[in-house]
Write a protein that binds this ligand. Structure first.
Ligand SMILES: NC(=O)c1ccc[n+]([C@@H]2O[C@H](COP(=O)([O-])OP(=O)(O)OC[C@H]3O[C@@H](n4cnc5c(N)ncnc54)[C@H](OP(=O)(O)O)[C@@H]3O)[C@@H](O)[C@H]2O)c1
Length: 322
């Protein structure tokens, strides 16, 4: 079968098309024929070597896909055969025509959702829902969504008011992404490409404060936000480090202001993200979420997809089609 191999860690060109033996489903597994494969920001971090990978190279890259169950292993309900499913793999292997995963790693895709849309919404939407639940918004609060034009941030912006935000401030890079964040529902947008963007946030707030920060940038900017957060009630939900480092905060920074830093990463968190996939796909089927997608490219162009993500050129999820 055709597949994209990670040959080394490094730039996008370490992703190389090749032919590999088709996998066969073992006990408790399904074999899925892929139709749409999302290219995800964390995958660019894995490819570059920023996140460690415990596998010998080369191996078939990729962590998620949508496709049709073609075969099942022993012990799997035969009703899955022919079903369109969204899958997450803990052992890579999804940038390929065929992929095997344990049956507990799949969720049925509703008929009303195209494979490309299911692939585009599955990861980012499934992170946004648990973040919004964890924020426990009260109906009167102001939220700040960092990188709110694309990916997880784009879904946070569009759903924040439904989950109880009164005012949504987003950050985005440049005018085009700023417009996109506004279209998605942001009341105000700040350009985070200016290094002093927290200062601009202070001007927008004009003496009011932020109750919840959805922090995906991390680094130094996170500490610059603390004095703009509501004392005693403010929560910072830290789920990404686009700047290259998590929020640079000390315990005293948080304690001294009565703020709460909520960690939203790690295995237990990701189990909750996986559990949200069904709800996100149901929203996509019923219009409860606007799917944010960008280019659809042939599987062979995985490196080009990674390049576009690295250049911050994508306005939604890029989907590969085998
Ligand atoms: N904890 C979790 O469960 C979880 C799960 C998946 C992903 N994540 C993390 O969440 C973060 C967002 O992921 P995503 O998939 O939603 O990303 P994405 O929106 O698809 O892409 C990243 C966006 O962030 C913006 N950005 C801001 N500062 C940046 C910087 N210093 N470098 C690169 N891009 C920057 C870019 O847009 P501009 O042009 O507007 O700057 C880009 O559009 C990432 O850190 C990712 O690793 C966390």
């Amino acid at each position: 079968m055709r597949a994209i191999l990670l040959t080394a860690t490094g730039g996008p060109d370490v992703l190389v098309p090749g032919e590999v033996p088709a996998p066969r489903p073992g006990a408790g597994e399904v074999l899925v024929r892929s139709e749409a494969i999302p290219v995800l920001y964390p995958e660019t971090m894995l490819r570059s070597g920023a996140f460690p990978i415990p596998l010998d190279k080369p191996f078939v890259f990729g962590t998620q896909a949508v496709g049709i169950v073609a075969e099942i292993g022993a012990g799997v309900d035969s009703a899955w055969i022919g079903q369109r499913v969204m899958l997450g793999s803990n052992t890579f292997g999804t940038y390929a025509e065929l992929v095997c995963v344990p049956v507990d790693g799949i969720v049925a895709v509703p008929q009303a959702v195209s494979p490309e849309d299911a692939a585009a919404v599955s990861m980012s939407g499934s992170v946004a829902l648990p973040l919004l639940e964890r924020a426990a918004l009260t109906g009167t609060e102001t939220v700040l969504v960092e990188a709110g034009a694309t990916g997880i941030g784009g879904y946070l912006v569009q759903l924040a008011k439904e989950f109880g935000a009164a005012r949504v401030i987003a950050t985005a890079g440049g005018p085009e992404k700023g417009d996109r964040a506004r279209e998605l529902g942001a009341d105000e947008v700040i350009d985070h490409r200016a290094a002093d963007w927290p200062q601009r946030l202070a001007e927008v707030l004009a003496g009011t404060t932020v109750d919840v920060v959805f922090d995906s940038i991390g680094g130094e900017s996170a500490s610059a936000l603390l004095d703009l957060m509501t004392p005693l009630r403010g929560r910072m939900l830290s789920y990404g480090w686009l700047s290259g480092a998590p929020a640079q905060l000390s315990a005293m920074d948080v304690i001294g202001r009565g703020l709460t830093l909520v960690g939203c990463a790690g295995p237990a968190w990701l189990a909750g993200v996986a559990a949200a996939r069904g709800a996100v796909l149901e929203r996509a089927a019923t219009g409860g979420i606007t799917v944010l997608s960008d280019l659809r490219l042939p599987l062979e162009q995985a490196a080009e997809a990674h390049r576009r993500l690295g250049e911050r050129a994508a306005l939604g999820t890029i989907v590969l089609r085998p």
